[in-house]
Unconditional design. Sequence first.
Lengths: 242, 345
Amino acid sequence: MAGTLALTKAELTRLFHNKRYFIFTVAFPVVLYLLIGRQVKASAYGVAFGAYYMISMATFGAFSGALNGNAQRISQEKKEGWIRQLRLTPLPANAYVITKVLVSAATTVPSIVIVLLLGRFYGNVHLPGWEWPAIALTVWFGSTIFAALAVAVGYRFPPEQVQPVTLIVYFFFAILGGLWFPLTGFLGNIGKFTPTYEAVKIGTDVIQGGSVPAGLAVGLVAWLGIFALLATVAVRSTAETV
Amino acid sequence: MSQYETSYGASGSDGSGSEYDYPGRTATTLTAGYGGSHGGTPVVTFENVSKHYGRLRAVDGLSLDLRAGETVALLGPNGAGKSTSLDMLLALRKPTTGRIRMFGDDPYHAVKSGRVGAMLQSGGLMPEVTVLDLVELVTKLHPNPEPVQTTLKRAGITQFAGQRVDRLSGGQTQRVRFALAICGKSELIVLDEPTAAMDVETRRLFWNSMKEEVAAGRTLLFATHYLEEADQAADRILVINRGRLLADGTPAEIKARAGAKRISFRLDNVDEPFLLGLPGLVNLEVRHDVVQIQSSDSDATLYALLDAGYRPREIEVTSLGLEQAFLAITAEDDLANGHSSGETN
């Protein structure tokens, strides 16, 4: 456990020296919210557009942070043999992956906090006190599960293929999940099954109905199961080549 | 680059002429007598270990023991199965068949107990951090580590400890990897071709610090294809080729095994059956009137020849180094398995 913490600390230090990470997770959603968030008249998912867009931008920043940097790093560290080197230390076999997920869980926090603050003070979103932590927690959970998907992609693909693969995954979940704009019709119906949609919709349902919709919450946990399974298979099947 | 840079492929010599194999030479004859006085639980045991990749047998029925305090070289040409063997020892790969024990435990738990420190060719470093950060991190992962400053000093990396890991030269990187192998104060140190990326000076420094580790009572296992290194650094050499153990003994024994001396002379009317019966003879080659004998006891061989009434001309007796011994051992193995182009009359 002490070893896992030491590694987590080292990973966090590395991360805060990384400018790309801040552009993806904080700068993008903030700029988009500043540009589009204050459309007073529009509404989406049954709530004011400013509230919907606050939740979707927080999810967008957090999920892209969990996905983009991590998959690339893992793939690179696998190729360069750092994962192999760690396997030669007393650090438990699964500690590397756990560390990556822990770090992701921490790195999704700034974008969520910043975008929610922006929604409150720039977008004029006013909510009962308990709804803020409920929304923050949902967005945090819904985006951190992408760290598991990043582990799967990072282990499965070499660094030069990770970029295109993560981009496809990124656009798929961002667009179908209705993070950039709400979807309707056929695509909207398919999109209802994505975790990104579920995270945002739980947030807007909380605002609209004052309670957490159980069906969507179960869906989100199911996605964690799917991503964790993909990650486990990817890690296990590459055990002798790492 | 240095005197080490010799290639040791198939022997390719002696394409014509006759060649006789000395019967009854197997790895076990040497293994049997080795290390009887050491006693105690072996640090490492391989029991008939094989690793197959499809039809390729990377490691093929390898059995060996390492005892505490030994410095052992795993010597073989590229592709002999050295890295695969070390990978299996370090729980990075699983044997297809057979069993490996380290400190009486399975490899995974032995590695996780921190009793082994390793440096592999394929091992990498965490980027974007300083050398000091990295050494501190890996030190923290070990239960009973060396003080960080001691590790830095021993590995000779104190002067660039503040530099970023991804901005080091090849030789510097190799020294940092070495630091990671010794920082845990582990009882067994495993090194896979440790000096591959080092210049001559770094290599010398490296072996000096390695000697300190051994003097502190550690067991050292290193893979190399540099004979010079195996000869100078190891007190025991395991020769492997195509995944199998061919010889196991001290450098002197390995040299003796292939015939420590080469005797050559000219002789008319060669009586090959007689020559084959000479004492100490390990290998015989006859080309017209030129005879070459590898002998484990050149004096006895020559006396017997002269006592029998022969008067050979142009007698030369030369020492065979480890290189020739190694070549002879692997070439003989290749020949026995039909992998050589050499003709036999």
